[in-house]
Design a protein around this ligand. Structure first.
Ligand SMILES: *Cc1c(COP(=O)(O)O)cnc(C)c1O
Length: 396
């Protein structure tokens, strides 16, 4: 196939033409062919809690969720999501009208944008952005307006003046992600206050991707945007079981929002998957009710992994940005005498037997992201130790 029909019209439509295959496919293939350790894609190499897996098996055996579950999600899960938001953040949502279960956060993002964006609307998103944002904005017919997070004193920071300047009369919504993939930054109270004030002042909707809400380290604190003044009624908050419970294959995600927003997003969602992950929904309902000790131990474990990989990367000669949250460390390759993250990542498997992702793929302003490279640390300790050992060859 050449991608062309006889009429010479490209098969892939114009909205999606700029999005080729993702970098993850190329890098994962490279990992396989070179026998490299794959720190490219962010999925854990161990499964989540045994009791949660058992809950899924039980649901499946008991015939719960084997047929189409209710459109908004099973009541047990919607109730558990509401209880979780109340317990952790003091946010109260009605499980019947303010919670919607989706096929992972990925569908929540797609459905929210397809529902809320009119062709021609501008969507302001933090750059670098998660790889589905740009494609979903395009599928909705929107125009993306990136606001670049810039390194400052060891972390990536949101420039509040740039954010204000990005909003025009055509702006419909702000698409926010905190804790932030790929930079590992967690937006501060000051940054989030400014986002909230801007949204209220300009009467914007906000879609906030908070799938790493439980992966915040050290002094960092996850502050849901919906808790800020004036935000509850204009914010769609996206969560997911994938990252919090290490079951990325289950694809159980959700939104919490005011009834009108939930109803709008549901209108789009019903024609995407309609429903998904029946038995897993029951298991995730149990997972969300796990005691505090689960969340604390999970966070501690990931913090130790972050420290292990960060030390290895520093020893190898990278500049390492502080990871306050997520699965990822962003590095700067310039201290290694390199400037092009793409070329560096294509060569790294041969040079050191490790795969990483060039952050430039997450930017519209490719040059702004050129020297940054992302490594995932959601891997077993021995895998990270081996990776750190291998990366030492870069230090010469
Ligand atoms: C992994 C990830 C998602 C997708 O979550 P799923 O529940 O697996 O669909 C969405 N947003 C961000 C920032 C992610 O890292």
């Amino acid at each position: 196939m050449t991608g062309m029909t006889s009429s010479a019209r490209p098969l892939l439509n114009r909205r999606l033409a700029e999005f080729g295959t993702t970098i993850f496919a190329e890098m994962s293939a490279l990992a396989l062919s070179t026998g490299s350790i794959n720190l490219g894609q962010g999925f854990p190499d161990t499964d989540g809690p045994e009791e949660v897996r058992e809950a899924a098996v039980r649901a499946l055996r008991d015939g719960r969720g084997n047929q189409y579950p209710p459109g908004p999600g099973v009541p047990e899960l919607r109730t558990a999501i509401a209880a979780h938001q109340e317990h952790h953040y003091g946010l109260s949502w009605d499980p019947d009208t303010e919670v919607l279960v989706t096929a992972g956060a990925t569908e929540a993002i797609a459905a929210a944008l397809l529902a809320l964006v009119e062709p021609g609307d501008e969507v302001v998103a933090l750059e670098p952005y998660y790889d589905s944002y740009a494609a979903c904005i395009a599928m909705a017919g929107g125009t993306r307006v990136p606001v670049t997070l810039r390194p400052d004193d060891g972390r990536f920071r949101l420039d509040l003046d740039e954010l204000r300047a990005a909003v025009t009369d055509r702006t419909r919504l702000l698409l926010i992600n905190t804790p932030h993939n790929p930079t590992g930054t967690v937006l501060t109270r000051e940054e989030l206050t400014a986002v909230a004030e801007l949204a209220v002042e300009r009467d914007l909707l906000v879609v906030t991707d908070e799938v790493y809400e439980h992966l915040v380290f050290d002094e960092a604190e996850h502050l849901p945007l919906a808790t800020f003044p004036g935000m509850r009624e204009r914010t769609v908050t996206i969560g997911s079981a994938g990252k919090t419970f290490s079951f990325t294959g289950w694809k159980v995600g959700w939104i919490t929002a005011a009834p009108g927003l939930v109803s709008a997003v549901r209108s789009a969602k019903q024609f995407l998957t309609y429903v998904s992950s029946g038995p897993f929904q029951y298991a995730v309902a149990e997972a969300l009710a796990l005691p505090e000790s689960y969340f604390t131990a999970f966070r501690e474990d990931m913090r130790a992994k972050r420290d292990l990989l960060a030390t290895g990367l520093k020893d190898a000669g990278f500049e390492v940005f502080r990871t306050a949250g997520t699965y990822f460390i962003t590095t700067d390759i310039r201290p290694l005498g390199e400037t092009d993250g793409f070329a560096f990542c294509r060569a790294l498997p041969e040079r050191a037997g490790v795969v990483a992702i060039p952050n430039a793929v997450f930017y519209d302003h490719r040059e702004a992201g050129a020297p940054f490279v992302r490594f995932a640390f959601c891997k077993r300790t021995e895998v990270l130790e081996e990776a750190a050992q291998r990366l030492k060859t870069l230090a010469g």
